[in-house]
Ligand binder design. Structure first.
Ligand SMILES: O=C(O)c1ccccc1N[C@@H]1O[C@H](COP(=O)(O)O)[C@@H](O)[C@H]1O
Length: 208
């Protein structure tokens, strides 16, 4: 199972995740988020075995292109209302893997098929009115196998996101997700903590 820790904002958190079991580290590049980090700061952190994912919400292509270079990103995650055409242009321009975040809803599977022509992966997140992500809210995980199977049919990665943490990871693992994306669940008072990361990884390790 692949693990992504998202919303890393400073040197301390970067060090914590580089020492963790995660495969991907995510950075939030929308200034509206409390987890915003500058591309210049991310660019200062040495490239490692962890793939670097930039999270954007309805951002202009020219800006994403600059951030990809400055922050040395491997993957662009679009977490807004970007169209299939936007993502096609983005992939052409950056040459990077592109993931589309989709809210869990009645049309999610339909959207997976639609976007599958242009993206490399999906992040299925909880739908919360007035917010694009990082809400710490879960959805009904009984649908996880349906999303995972669909992504496998389409030969794409499929992350499950939204409110995952040490307190509920064992429950989620019973639905065999292919990959998990975690932000608030490893934070205490808005800061990533070693205690929560270790507890989460211990529980994941017992189950994998
Ligand atoms: O974290 C944010 O502030 C954020 C802002 C805008 C779009 C996405 C954001 N975070 C992503 O949301 C999911 C779930 O996060 P959580 O575990 O529920 O806190 C994850 O992909 C975050 O990267």
């Amino acid at each position: 199972m692949k693990i992504k820790y998202c919303g890393v904002k400073n040197d301390r958190e970067w060090k914590l995740v580089t020492e963790s079991m995660c495969d991907y580290v995510g950075f939030i590049f929308t200034s509206k988020s409390k987890r915003y980090v500058s591309p210049e700061d991310v660019g200062k952190w040495a490239v490692s075995s962890k793939k670097r994912v930039g999270v954007f919400v309805n951002e202009q292509l020219s800006i994403i292109e600059k951030v990809v270079k400055r922050a040395k990103l491997d993957v662009v995650q679009c977490h807004g209302e970007e169209t299939k055409e936007d993502l096609f242009r983005l992939k052409e321009a950056t040459g990077k893997d592109v993931w589309k975040a989709l809210p869990h809803d009645t049309d999610t599977e339909e959207n997976m098929i639609l976007y599958s022509e242009v993206v490399d992966g999906f992040v299925i997140d909880t739908k919360v009115k007035g917010s694009f992500g990082g809400t710490g809210t879960t959805f009904d995980w009984s649908v996880v196998p349906k999303y995972t199977n669909k992504a496998e049919d389409l030969q794409k990665l499929c992350f499950i996101a939204g409110g995952i943490g040490p307190g509920n990871i064992e429950d989620l693992l019973t639905y065999s997700p292919q990959a998990v994306d975690i932000s608030s669940g490893i934070e205490e008072n808005g800061k990533k903590t070693k205690t929560l990361i270790s507890e989460l990884e211990r529980k994941m390790h017992n189950e994998i």
